[in-house]
Design a protein around this ligand. Structure first.
Ligand SMILES: [Zn+2]
Length: 67
């Protein structure tokens, strides 16, 4: 299957049975893309998610330690 790179409009070849969230790299511009839709096949930029930067509600725990 083929999709269009949102960055450079080049054709990006995706494996025969892509899944939502499947990552592909545009050979033209080297952008890391992710499958966001299957029919029709659509790609979007893959956002790099920070691993340990997710703000959680551990604020209380910190306050307890500080106190
Ligand atoms: Zn591209």
């Amino acid at each position: 299957m083929e999709a269009i790179c949102p960055e450079c409009d080049a054709k990006v070849v995706v494996e025969s049975e892509p899944k939502i969230g499947h990552r592909v790299i545009c050979r033209s511009c080297k952008s890391v893309l992710t499958v966001i839709r299957l029919l029709p096949l659509e790609l979007d930029w893959a956002f790099v998610e920070p691993f340990e930067d997710t703000p959680s509600d551990d604020g209380r725990e910190r306050a307890a330690r500080a106190g």
